[in-house]
Design a protein around this ligand. Structure first.
Ligand code: GLN
Ligand code: ZN
Length: 789
């Protein structure tokens, strides 16, 4: 194939190395007359991304053209299926299509963010990552009308600029599998219709001069469907879809080739499904789920242990460079895998997933200036592209002296990381190996209930909040000023103490039963702890897109985790000294600490989670010594890390639950352990929630109409539980009748002795007026409900 690919990445970040897109979007949303700037910024980002990848040595570069928010939403716009409710938004806003923006732009943003009058589309996590996509809303009578003018123009411009661009769209199976329907119909009924639309798209892209087109089908690494019959049906229809698309491509001008890209898991089902359909290349993730030993077992790879379904007839786009974590690639190990595969057929080098999930470039990360060792272990987006290019040169025998030196350097970095005392702390290792099952167990629940009732003396249906109170401008300003050195440590601490005093006074006035200190000192519930733990590094500029214009900076958990000093005890003390009511000690659980960080890949996640758990266990000890009677350990992310395939879920749940229990089981029976869950539905995981063995669990519930109650009732959940009765995601103050009803519903499902009254989640994003007003309603409703039990 003259037109073959040797080196590429599966996808690219879009937000900009300096978050340029974020700034352009926010300006546009504030003042819609700046559309020309937004168009220009997005165009520059797409062009620079292609130029950087070509400069790094790639011979095919993926592009989604100009990016404005989210690629699933792009696909909805492309297929002409933005939700019907936003149809006349552009007419109202008046700028649709002006300023060189796509004609659908204001409808697109209305679907993404809502308007004063219209709700936004749902947003949810992209597979098991922390990226959120906009969920397509379809129904049985959705009409698909391809609207590819903007996309094709963007691609054409890049191709005309001489870039070997490969336009990327979400494949029909994945797009529909992730859609929701408003009428309970099966979104996948539209598979053939979407395929037809893509036939037209392929013709238009071919006319724009591209030689490759990529369809992303990560759904193929999941179970596809839980029912075997449906799974087989979907796979055979997917196969038929790609036969059609490949035939269309073959007939289109210049006959572009198709690449079907998978990621986040084993690609063998994809290979099996697509072999012989006429697609030229299949992209697979060769990082996820593969251990070091298996990576270097080249004989087994050559013999077909890896990707047994690959016949060598299609180009294998081999994702050997981790696209979603930040570790420097072991180039020799990757080369071994590639060489072994090459014995079986044609191979191109690629990342295991889009680089969307990692920061742009190590070069701009100032926080590593003083830590050359850690820096030498890492590779961000730009470095990964260079690794791919180097591997491809080496594989084809075109490597340079510099490349050979780089392979050696990578081996040294791998050895340095493996041998460092920072990744292997002997003292901690002997502690973890001494952990027994008894360390994960407490007195039985009945004993604890009696001891805690005695200790706390709470009324029935106790009221509490989830932890944070409004992060006001003053709080954020004080933190920024402290960081810049404009506030001394003493001044900053005093400002936070004043805030805590204010929050305690307000809670007492509101009549809450169990108080919190309000978390004013925490920038983020994970970063706050990562900054204080050894083995963790927090970054300055290593942003990754979380959704739309929002970015996060996940800290890097690179080594053995230990706690040099107490992390929360002083703040707890300040709060508890001001009140006779119990104040909750507030911690982030081990699974959530892992889920929202870049985590070391050189040992099983469960071992890392246990290290974090031991640090938390010590913190809990110290909190109890300081007088805490209730400790809350938040695990909002426990659902997120759940593996995509059912067969791997049991093992995950075992270590996830185990680490929570290790963190929380060191306390006496009279100490009450709380936990908190949100962001997902936990109906199917109630058994797991119960296994955590917490005394009280608060769960987000108001937003989805208290569906969790049925699950609680059916499972016979016996511990304390606070299904949220106030949806804190909007500023709306719930009315009394509403909360009364939710409490009555809760009392229908759980014993009054179990029920707690609390909001859905923390209040840091809320303002004080609605916070006070809502808590007043909540407390009054709880007091009223007490008279009925
Ligand atoms: N304690 C945290 C808070 O209230 C919990 C946040 C969360 O669940 N995401 O902010
Ligand atoms: Zn929450």
């Amino acid at each position: 194939m003259s037109n073959s690919i040797t080196a590429t990445v599966a996808g690219v970040p879009r937000i900009g190395p300096k978050r340029e897109l974020k700034k352009a979007l926010e300006t546009y949303w504030r003042d819609s007359s700046t559309g020309a700037d937004l168009a220009e910024t997005a165009r520059d980002l797409a062009r620079n991304s292609a130029a950087d990848l070509v400069a790094a040595g790639l011979d095919s570069v993926p592009t989604i053209g100009r990016s404005f928010y989210d690629q699933m939403l792009d696909t909805s716009a492309l297929l002409g299926v933005l939700p019907a409710r936003v149809n006349d938004v552009a007419d109202h806003e008046g700028t649709g299509g002006g300023d060189d923006l796509p004609t659908f732009i204001d409808r697109y943003f209305a679907a993404a963010r809502g308007t004063a009058a219209l709700p936004a589309s749902a947003m949810t996590k992209w597979f098991d990552t922390n990226y959120h996509y906009i969920v397509p809303e379809l129904s049985a009578d959705t009409r698909f009308e391809l609207d590819d003018t903007a996309f094709v123009a963007d691609v054409k411009e890049l191709a005309a600029g001489g870039f070997p661009v490969r336009p990327v769209v979400i494949g029909p199976l994945t797009y529909l599998a992730l859609a929701r329907t408003t009428d309970d119909s099966d979104a996948l009924d539209h598979l053939e219709t979407v395929t037809n639309a893509y036939v037209t798209l392929i013709g238009d892209l071919a006319a724009a001069g591209v030689t490759w087109i990529q369809f992303d089908e990560p759904w193929l690494v999941t179970d596809v469907a839980s029912d075997a019959g449906r799974r087989d049906d979907l796979l055979s229809r997917t196969r038929a879809a790609y036969e059609r698309l490949a035939a269309a491509a073959a007939e289109a001008p210049g006959s572009p080739e198709l690449l079907v890209q998978t990621y986040f898991g084993d690609g063998d089902v994809a290979v099996k499904t697509l072999t012989g359909t006429g697609v030229a290349a299949i992209g697979v993730d060769l990082v996820t789920g593969r251990t070091d030993e298996r990576r270097s077992d080249t004989t087994a790879i050559a013999d077909g242990d890896l990707l047994p379904s690959w016949t060598g007839d299609e180009l294998l786009v081999a994702g050997v460079v981790d696209g979603r974590n930040i570790w420097r690639t072991d180039l020799s190990a990757a080369l071994n895998t590639l060489k072994a595969l090459k014995e079986r057929g044609p191979v191109a080098v690629c990342t295991s997933s889009s680089l969307l999930h990692v920061p742009y470039s190590l070069a701009q990360e100032t926080s590593l200036d003083d830590d050359a060792e850690l820096r030498s272990w890492l590779s961000f987006g730009a470095e990964k592209a260079a690794e791919v290019a180097l591997l491809a040169r080496t594989l084809t025998g075109a490597d340079t002296d510099a490349d050979r030196a780089a392979v050696k350097e990578s081996a040294e970095a791998v050895a340095s990381r493996r041998g460092s005392a920072r990744t292997h702390n002997e003292q901690l290792r002997s502690r973890t190996s001494a952990v027994t099952d008894a360390d994960r167990d407490r007195d039985d629940y009945e004993t604890r209930v009696v001891a805690q009732r005695e200790e706390l003396g709470l009324p029935p249906l106790p009221t509490t909040t989830i932890g944070s109170f409004p992060q006001t401008t003053e709080i954020r300003r004080a933190r920024a000023a402290h960081k810049k050195g404009e506030l001394t440590d003493e001044q900053y601490t005093q400002a936070m103490k004043d805030e805590i005093a204010d929050v305690i006074r307000r809670q007492e006035e509101l009549g809450l039963d169990v108080l919190v200190h309000g978390e004013p000192e925490r920038n983020d519930m994970v970063q706050y702890f990562s900054e204080q733990l050894e083995g963790y590094h927090s970054t300055d500029l290593a942003w990754v897109q979380s959704y739309g214009s929002r970015c996060v900076r996940p800290p890097i958990l690179f080594g053995d985790v230990t706690r040099p000093t107490p992390m929360t005890v002083d703040w707890f003390r300040v709060a508890q000294e001001l009140t006779d009511k119990p104040v909750k000690g507030m911690l982030t659980g081990p699974v959530t600490m892992l889920a929202w960080s870049f985590v070391r890949d050189d040992q099983p996640l469960g071992e890392t989670a246990d290290q974090v758990a031991l640090a938390l266990r010590d913190e809990i000890d110290d909190l109890v010594d300081a007088g805490a009677k209730i400790i809350q350990v938040d695990e909002p992310a426990i659902r997120e890390l759940l593996p995509l395939k059912a067969e791997q879920q049991t093992d995950y749940l075992r270590w996830a639950v185990g680490s929570f229990r290790l963190a929380t089981s060191g306390v006496a029976a009279n100490i009450q352990i709380h936990t908190h869950m949100c962001y997902s539905e936990f109906n199917e995981l109630i058994g797991t929630v119960s296994d955590l063995n917490a005394d009280v669990t608060s769960i987000e519930a108001a937003r989805n109409g208290m569906q969790v109650l049925t699950a609680l009732k059916d499972s016979g959940f016996h511990a304390g539980v606070g299904p949220g009765v106030w949806d804190i995601h909007s500023p709306r103050v719930p009315d009394r009748g509403e909360v009364d009803e939710l409490l009555a519903a809760a009392l229908d499902s759980v014993d009054p002795r179990q029920l707690w009254v609390n909001p859905d989640c923390g209040l840091k994003t809320r303002a004080w007026p609605e916070t006070t007003a809502s808590i007043e309603v909540l407390v009054a409703a709880a007091k009223n409900a007490r008279t009925t039990v």
